[in-house]
Structure formats: structure tokens, C-alpha cells
Write a protein that binds this ligand. Structure first.
Ligand code: SF4
Length: 485
């Protein structure tokens, strides 16, 4: 079993996601760790899920287990060099040292599928619980969703799981015993939810890690490594035709993108944007009297687009477009979509607002806004002709940017591109997850003297949404300036 470092379920979970993460959790500089809203969001979801299964408050600790409470929290389990703190135990049939009942661990699963990470951690809880209650734990319970959407899955803890757990703990102990951190995870999409992301991003940039090249995920990185291309500068120096030949082994679709990958790497290496298509990226801005900049905030799990925000930006009197400072002074119109007001009311408000500026294009970044608005119009029974008119007005700045420019950024997301152009958000370190957390807190904030939770949360969401709209303008304005140049 594990050596001198005390292992626990949190380290194991981190390790199953990314070996480097577990190492940093144990040995990293805490000052480099950033708070992320994802964990808070997940804990909120977990609380709701558990409360659906057990509406009564669970019992706490050993005393509750002895008393045979249907649900128990706060039990710390200890084994040989490893400890765990399962968030919830459910009473089941079977004798244990606590009496004519025993317990099994309950896990909340945020995503859609039960993965190895869930199974192995549940197996650890089961193993330590079996020692504690002195009777075997045959299964664990995996919950997802809450309320009427609660799903329960019983997971058998036998078979090869104990062996997998044993191996994982030994390898975790070995990794934690190293003096340097394991390499960055191959699939850096996983980093989005990680509190070490900023620190690892710096390492990735300094190393010229291939994942830094926009368009390269874990699989392509492996292919490139096999072809002897191990970093960004090597990709930038590669011959596109030779690379296409090498990538053909993995399929035509990979060979086809070879020239694009090389150009993207060159642009990032040089740190300068490069025009991709000589035609104007935003010809609509030549004649438009003004633009509406549109950004939606959503709760993806609840399929709820809860905020439709607009910045109304008329052209200046001298015919020029407002710069960033002027745009920041332009009116911002947040429209909250509260389900208790009904979708019809929201649709009417949106229609009235859009109809007041008939010749103004609606700028947005990414396809979310177009898809959401069209679906809303369809649900509200809008005529096909009106929906088409709506489509024609919508102008996806992200799509235009991708079509017309190579950018020296590791992503074409709004944060990366607008940030590179010098735009800064008023609230530091905020992302969609944080806005969602504020929203849920505001919605579930109770009916105390403050009404619906804290107004401060709502103000923060508006500010974030407003800034995203202004960031979209920063990119659009840059595109327009390049068109004119
Ligand atoms: S940011 Fe990514 S590479 Fe770094 S520890 Fe987290 S998951 Fe691993």
C-alpha cells in the first residue's frame, strides 16, 4: 500500500483527472491556485440532488450511524495510509457493527456519464466504509440531476474495481513522491475546470506546448509527436506538404488541415495577426446607422437563457464608429428572462426592442445568440419570413474573424481574442461559470428583507454581460479598422 504520503479521496480524484493536478494539490504553491466557480456550482448541484433523495436533514457522524439514520454525513473514514470523507452515506440492509443495518456511499455525478473517476473513488469509499462498519459494501449509489430530474444508478463495487483502486493508489503515491510535477495533461480541455490553470498556462506558453496551438487537441498532439514535432516552434517551421503526407496515415481530414496548423503556429510564433481572406470582414459596418451588440447568459443544465443583454451603439455624428471609451458610455439594456413571466413576454420585449432599430445589424460572438433567438421565435410561432429576416440581421463576429484572420492567440474565444486586443473586463477572473453561480444564488436567495437574494449578485451579472458585449465590440471595431486600412 501507499508509502509515507497520506493519500485521500480528493487527491485520488485529482489524479484520475490529471496526474499533474494531484501533484500540484499536494506540493504546489497555494498562491498560484485560483478559485474557480465550477466547484461551488457542483457543490450547489450536489446539495440539491442529495436533498431530493433525502428531504429530511441527514444525521451526522458516528452517533447517527449507530442510531441507524437513513442518511449520514460527516463520517471520516481511515485506512492504511489513506483516508476519505464521503459526502453522504445511505442506510441499506445488512448487519454491521452499528446494528441491524449498514451503509453504502452516495456520489453526485455532475456530467452525463459515470466514468472511471467516479467508479474508482466510489470504490475507495466502499473499501474504507467496509472496514469502518465491519461488513462488506457491495454497491455505491451514483446520483445525477435533482428534483423530478433525479437519476439513480447503483454501481457494483466488485469485479476488477478493487484491483483498479489498488493500482491507482500505488501509482498516485509514486507520482506524489516525485520531486518534479508530471507533464501537462494531454487533453487540455480538462484544464478549463482546474484551479491550477493559470499556472499551467504559463508553463505551456513557455514550453511552446503543442496544445497551445489553436486547433490542436489531445489526439492531434499525439500524431504530431509521433511525427517528431514536439513543440509550437517545430510546427511553425514544418513544411506543410511534408506534414500533410505524414498526417495522411491518420486519415484525410488530418492531412487536409496540415497547412492551417502550420500557419496558425507561425502566426502564434510571430505574435502578429495575418489576413486570411482579402475581402472586407464586416462590410455591413460601412453603411449601418448603428449596431446592437447582443450577449446571452445561460444556465446550460436548466436550458435557461436567463439574460439577454444589448448595447445600443449608434454611429457618431461625424460618421465614425465609437471607440472603446465611447462604447462603454453607450446605453446597456439587460432583459431578464424570468420563467414566472413567461416566454411570450420576453419575446414581445425582444421584438419591440429589435423593431425600434430596424436597419441596425445585431452583433454577437459565437452562434449561441442566433440559435437561441431563432428557437425562441419558432416556439413563439413567428412566421418563417420574420425568422429569416432575423437571421439576416444577426452578424457573428467570431465567425467573421475566423473566416478573415489568423490570430496569434491560443484560442479564438472572446476572452482570448479581445484580451489580446487590449480589452479588459472590469471584474477580474470572471467567467460564465461565475456568472451562473451569481445567477443561481440570486434566484435561490430566499425571501428575506433583501428580496431575491443579493442585488449585488444581479449587478455583477449585468456588469459581466455588459463587458462581454463591449468585448465583442472591441473585436468588431478592430476588424472594421483592418477593413478600412
Ligand atoms: S491546469 Fe490542466 S495540466 Fe494543469 S493541473 Fe490542471 S488539469 Fe492538469
Amino acid at each position: 500500500m501507499p508509502g509515507s504520503i497520506l493519500l485521500n479521496d480528493r487527491l485520488l480524484r485529482s489524479w484520475l483527472r490529471c496526474k499533474r493536478r494531484a501533484w500540484l494539490d499536494r506540493h504546489g504553491d497555494p498562491a498560484l491556485r485560483q478559485w474557480t466557480a465550477h466547484r461551488e456550482l457542483q457543490l450547489d448541484e450536489q446539495r440539491r440532488s442529495f436533498a431530493t433523495l433525502f428531504p429530511e436533514r441527514p444525521g451526522r457522524g458516528e452517533a447517527a450511524a449507530l442510531a441507524g439514520a437513513p442518511a449520514v454525513v460527516g463520517l471520516r473514514l481511515k485506512g492504511d495510509g489513506v483516508e476519505a470523507h464521503p459526502p453522504l452515506l445511505q442506510r441499506v440492509d445488512g448487519r454491521s457493527r452499528w446494528g441491524d443495518h449498514s451503509y453504502r456511499p452516495v456520489m453526485f455525478r455532475p456530467g452525463r456519464r459515470t466514468t472511471r473517476e467516479h467508479r474508482v473513488v466510489l470504490a475507495l469509499w466502499g473499501q474504507l466504509l467496509a472496514q469502518e462498519q465491519q461488513t462488506s459494501v457491495r454497491s455505491g449509489l451514483v446520483l445525477s440531476g435533482s428534483g423530478r430530474g433525479l437519476q439513480q444508478e447503483t454501481l457494483a463495487l466488485g469485479g476488477s474495481l478493487p484491483r483498479q483502486l489498488d493500482e491507482a493508489l500505488q501509482r498516485l503515491a509514486a507520482d506524489l513522491g516525485q520531486s518534479t510535477p508530471p507533464p501537462l495533461v494531454a487533453d487540455r480541455k480538462k484544464c478549463v475546470l482546474c484551479s491550477w490553470r493559470a499556472a499551467c498556462d504559463q508553463v505551456a506558453t513557455a514550453e511552446g506546448h503543442l496544445s497551445e496551438v489553436s486547433g490542436i487537441g489531445a489526439k492531434r498532439r499525439d500524431m504530431l509527436l509521433e511525427l517528431g514535432i514536439d513543440r509550437l516552434s517545430a510546427l511553425a517551421a514544418a513544411d506543410p506538404e511534408l506534414l500533410a503526407g505524414g498526417l495522411l496515415t491518420y486519415g484525410e481530414q488530418h492531412a487536409e488541415v496540415a497547412p492551417d496548423l502550420v500557419t496558425q503556429a507561425q502566426v502564434q510564433d510571430r505574435g502578429e495577426p495575418l489576413r486570411r481572406d482579402p475581402a472586407a470582414a464586416l462590410p455591413e459596418l460601412e453603411t449601418a446607422p448603428g449596431v446592437l451588440i447582443y450577449d446571452i447568459e445561460s444556465d446550460p443544465d436548466a436550458r435557461d437563457d436567463f439574460l439577454h443583454g444589448f448595447v445600443r451603439l449608434p454611429r457618431n455624428g461625424d460618421g465614425r464608429w465609437p471607440d472603446g471609451l465611447q462604447a462603454a458610455q453607450a446605453p446597456y439594456h439587460p432583459m431578464l428572462a424570468l420563467w414566472e413571466h413567461g416566454e411570450e413576454r420576453l419575446w414581445q420585449r425582444l421584438q419591440r426592442f429589435l423593431a425600434a432599430y430596424p436597419d441596425w445589424p445585431v452583433l454577437h460572438y459565437g452562434e449561441t445568440e442566433l440559435l437561441a433567438l431563432v428557437k425562441l421565435a419558432q416556439r413563439q410561432g413567428a412566421r418563417e419570413r420574420d425568422i429569416q429576416a432575423l437571421r439576416d440581421r444577426m452578424l457573428d463576429v467570431h465567425q467573421r474573424l475566423r473566416r478573415h484572420w489568423w490570430m496569434p492567440t491560443n484560442s479564438y474565444g472572446l476572452k482570448a481574442v479581445a484580451g489580446w486586443l487590449g480589452f479588459s473586463w472590469r471584474q477580474k477572473g470572471v467567467d460564465g461559470a461565475r456568472a451562473l453561480l451569481w445567477w443561481r444564488r440570486w434566484r435561490l436567495g430566499g425571501t428575506g428583507p433583501q428580496g431575491r437574494g443579493s442585488r449585488q449578485n444581479l449587478r455583477r451579472i449585468f456588469r459581466y454581460n455588459h463587458d462581454d458585449a463591449l468585448a465583442t465590440w472591441a473585436v468588431a471595431q478592430w476588424l472594421h479598422q483592418q477593413d478600412q486600412a
